[in-house]
Write a protein that binds this ligand. Structure first.
Ligand code: NOJ
Length: 542
């Protein structure tokens, strides 16, 4: 699956922002790249306080991106090219400009309009303290105080993300009913699936008790079980209800969970047969460039998904993460919501070698893989964007301590030798400036270079489809030296990745593809190779 961040993919109307006509025009590029489908980040009307994850109408298209007719055209043309389309649903919160929230503000305390959200009186004298101690994922309190219609300081509302993203109360039946219609609206238009943003946030512990942050107020979703505002048991009722709706449709309509939770067992709950179909693999995304750590997370993933019959997924990056080329060139090679390795220098040549190897590793694993736009070009993060163009609430809410996620959202370079690189017409400034140094990284430049990262992705995606017996083949590890990953997918494909060992002798094997040139038949450090297996499959040979 290929993730499209629509504002940064391609600008069809020449105003500096990506849009759906731009996406339509480039669908053949995606078909040719060899992906099976797209996941489109939010395309709904939005004030863009959080890059579109603040939705003001769940059943329309942002005018910046086009119209519902453009969305229909994207769907039908993608389908005609054999591409599935998943869109991004953001149900935990709305925009503060959504008519429901505006109505709640106007209607005042105790009104049915306020029941769609979490409005509460404050604590302390005059209710001047937030109702509880919960914090926002973007830093600071998760509560903001409103001014009541009569002008007095009033109630507080909950926002686990930015203040412009008030949380909906999913225990309130009208919210559930309204979203049933949203699901049907998009399924009726032909979308093949929905990625569910911040899925574990959607239920809160009854009574909204204080959270025990253990002294350090951090929004820890990965290593914390008894969290009153994340992964609360009742959340699963919502997905059961949604699955029943999806199952009434023809074809394979799929839900993809964005669920960062504490254990594989807890993630597996989201993937029960009557809940969602698949989930992003955040432990894999987070893993450092280290053979042992990667092997552990691969094994843990397979061990938790295989028994429940759910395909594993693999992902290196997204619109929330540091781009792999930059990440793997830093001392800290793990990644999590842009913060790991923040501010560290990166050796981009090293990062590029590793990112290419990481691509071959990911694409050799059994299951689905997600590629974030520009990953296939080997784009680095743009870490030197001027402060005045930064839009991410992480930057502003951290008082500038975090640069935020704009650096991985810079518009795609398509062609030419200087900005805007065919993203927009010449002379137009894209919404985030592209670096001059991207000239060799355009789709045009890389298409004519057989050694480019784009050529590597194209070749790998073609092989993934064409190698006999690869789809569904299990993974079996082969013996390998420390620092090397070596596995076979039944008798279909062998993948060797050298993450830090002396050059690995491939013994004259039939190399189908490699991320670096072999030297005397050896795979250099930070290289990966796909090999046609000979000999017995270790998975079945035991
Ligand atoms: C996860 C999305 O990927 C991210 O971009 C967004 O900021 C949060 N959810 C809140 O919607």
């Amino acid at each position: 699956m290929y993730q499209v961040y629509p504002r940064s993919f391609a600008d069809g109307n020449g105003d500096g922002d990506g849009d759906l006509p731009g996406l339509r025009a480039h669908l053949p590029y995606l078909a040719d790249l060899g992906v099976d489908g797209l996941w489109i980040s939010p395309w709904f009307p939005s004030p863009l306080a959080d890059g579109g994850y603040d939705v003001s109408d769940f059943c329309d298209i942002h005018p910046m991106f086009g119209t519902l007719a453009d969305a229909d055209a994207v769907l039908s043309e993608a389908h005609a090219l054999g591409l599935r389309v998943i869109i991004d649903l953001v149900p935990n919160h709305t925009s503060d400009q959504h008519p429901w929230f505006l109505a709640a503000l106007a209607a005042g305390p105790g009104s049915p309009e306020r029941q769609r959200y979490f409005f509460r009186d404050g604590r302390g004298r005059d209710g001047a303290e937030p109702p509880n101690n919960w914090i926002s994922a973007f830093g600071g309190s998760a509560w903001s105080r409103v001014t009541e219609p009569d002008g007095r300081p009033g109630q507080w509302y909950l926002h686990l993300f930015a203040p412009e993203q008030p949380d909906l109360d999913w225990s309130h039946p009208p919210v559930l009913d309204a979203f049933d219609d949203v699901l049907r609206f998009w399924f009726d238009r032909g979308v093949d699936g929905l990625r569910i943003d911040a899925a574990p946030a959607m239920a809160k512990k009854l009574g909204l008790p204080d959270a025990d942050y253990g002294g350090v107020p951090e929004f820890r979703t990965v290593d914390w079980d008894d969290n009153p505002h994340w992964d609360v048991e009742e959340v699963h009722d919502i997905f059961r209800r949604w699955r029943a709706i999806a199952d009434t449709y023809d074809g394979d309509r799929a839900f993809v969970a964005e669920a960062v939770v504490s254990t594989p067992e807890r993630l597996a709950k989201y993937l029960r047969p009557d809940e969602m179909h698949t989930a992003f693999n955040f432990p894999y995304l987070k893993s450092p460039w280290d053979a042992r750590a990667l092997r552990e997370v691969i094994d843990a993933t397979l061990a938790s998904f295989e028994p429940i019959g759910v395909p594993s997924t693999w992902v290196l990056t997204s619109h929330d993460e540091i781009r792999p080329v930059t990440r793997y060139g830093r001392a800290t090679t793990s990644s999590f919501f842009i913060t790991d390795g923040e501010g560290e220098e990166s050796d981009l040549a090293l990062g590029t070698r590793r990112a290419r190897a990481a691509a071959l590793l990911m694409l050799a694993l059994p299951g689905g893989a997600y590629i974030y736009q520009g990953e296939e070009l080997g784009l680095p993060n743009v870490d030197d964007l001027p402060d005045d163009v930064l839009q991410d609430p992480m930057f502003h809410r951290s008082g500038g301590a975090l640069r935020g996620r704009d650096g991985c959202r810079v518009p795609i370079p398509w062609s030419g030798t200087s900005p805007p690189f065919g993203f927009s017409p010449p002379g137009v400034h894209p919404w985030l400036p592209q670096p001059e140094s991207w000239a060799p990284l355009t789709v045009e430049a890389e298409s004519s270079d057989p050694e480019s990262t784009l050529s590597l992705y194209r070749a790998a995606l073609r092989l993934r489809r064409s190698v006999d017996g690869l789809a569904g083949a299990p993974l079996g590890w082969r013996e390998s030296p420390e620092g090397v990953l070596d596995f076979e997918r039944a008798n279909a494909l062998r993948c060797v990745v050298n993450l830090g060992a002396p050059p690995v002798d491939l013994g004259g094997s039939d190399v189908l593809l490699s991320s670096l040139p072999l030297v005397d038949g050896r795979l250099p450090v930070d290289g990966a190779a796909w090999i046609r297996p000979t000999g017995p499959d270790p998975a079945t040979a035991g």
